[in-house]
Design a protein around this ligand. Structure first.
Ligand code: COA
Length: 329
């Protein structure tokens, strides 16, 4: 449903689990059931490999593209201490991208191919980074709530089945928890500041709420990958469960600050124990993840430029002798 022309192609007949050697498949699934980690040199079904590459690669792209909206606020952050913290956070995010590209490479796709797929628009990355950070408060809302959403997802998936991905997630979660504290502190500062600061953070929160609701993926009944991924413990919670967990943890904290959210239906339903909310616009989500969001072109443009500007470094590293054979100018 969401695939058209994008990163994930339906598995070919020989990639489907039923085409695998049944004994190897049964042993693989038994290992997963016992909670063992699968390592790069272990046997794995073709579809497990393909799904992991898709997911880890998209995650890696999200980290490096995700550095852009907050990166634009480094030079404009209010005060030296905030600048330092903002810079450190953005560097962490790019580092997460590197860890995740390395984890994806263990499955056989090169970093070069992954970056090419990103800048050519073949791979997806998180919807949320295609929205603009108009004000300092937007950047703070990202630091707090987008990182909070990411932690919900990553803490769950860190307990998954693929060793290199889980180890990368453990490390990432430790750093993300600092980001979350930094973002919360910055939002509290604005929410308890002057009327203008409070207005700024309130408006930012309203802007980011719909993309945050999209962030956990389509409702379970529309999700194409969840069932298989959960069976193989790549994904440890469904999209709806992660969204509910996020609402449970963070809506009370937002309301505590006297801030509002742009959803009149949002409330904890005491009978079901779950949050009721208005479904976000899933057509908008589809447009954004398929390349037609407010900032998609700008984000990929920056990555493309970085790729072109860094080409000489990669050439020099790959062929350090080249400078000696070129004629001197
Ligand atoms: N942003 C962009 N695309 C998204 C998305 C989001 N927030 N949520 C879902 N999608 C895409 C999926 O990638 C998939 O497209 P594809 O088949 O072309 O790859 C499609 O929508 C259908 O979604 P679903 O079947 O639910 O995908 P999924 O089971 O992979 O679940 C995630 C989506 C994001 C929850 C899952 O991939 C995940 O946990 N990824 C790792 C964490 C991550 O990437 N975080 C990013 C921010 S730090």
């Amino acid at each position: 449903m969401y695939g058209g022309g994008n990163s994930f192609e339906a598995p070919a007949i020989n990639e489907r689990p039923e085409a695998e050697n049944p004994e190897l498949l049964a042993e693989f699934e038994a290992r997963i059931e016992r909670g063992e980690k699968i390592e790069p040199s272990d046997w794995m079904p073709a579809l497990y490999r393909k799904q992991l590459i898709r997911m880890i690669e998209q995650h890696a792209h999200s980290e490096i593209i995700g550095a852009l909206p907050e990166g634009t606020w480094i030079t404009r952050a209010p005060g030296f201490r905030r600048k330092l913290a903002q810079m450190a956070k953005v560097q962490d995010e790019v580092g997460h991208g590197q860890l995740l590209y390395s984890a994806a490479e263990t499955l056989g796709k090169s970093r070069e191919e992954m970056i090419n797929d990103l800048i050519n628009g073949k791979s997806k990355y998180s919807n949320i980074f295609n929205y603009p950070a108009f004000t300092w408060a937007d950047s703070n809302v990202i630091s707090w709530l987008v990182d909070a959403g990411a932690i919900v997802n990553q803490l769950a998936n860190a307990k998954g089945s693929y060793g290199p991905y889980c180890r990368a997630l453990d490390r990432i979660c430790a750093e993300e928890s600092f980001h979350l504290k930094y973002g919360h502190d910055a939002v509290v500062h604005l929410a308890t500041g002057t009327p203008l600061q409070r207005k700024m953070v309130q408006e930012a929160l309203h802007r980011w709420w719909p993309p945050l609701m999209h962030f956990f993926g389509p409702p379970d009944k529309m999700s194409i990958h969840t069932e298989q991924l959960m069976r193989w413990k790549v994904k440890m919670a469904s999209n709806d469960d992660m969204r509910q967990q996020f609402l449970d943890m963070y809506v009370p904290k937002i309301w505590e600050l006297g801030l509002t959210l742009p959803d009149p239906l949002l409330k904890k339903n005491l009978e079901t124990g779950k949050w009721d909310y208005t479904e976000p616009d899933w057509e908008e989500f589809k447009r954004v993840i398929n390349g037609d969001g407010p900032c998609n072109k700008e984000r990929l443009g920056v990555r493309k430029q970085a790729e072109e500007k860094g080409a000489w470094v990669r050439r020099a590293l790959l062929n350090p002798q080249a400078k000696y054979v070129q004629p001197l100018a």
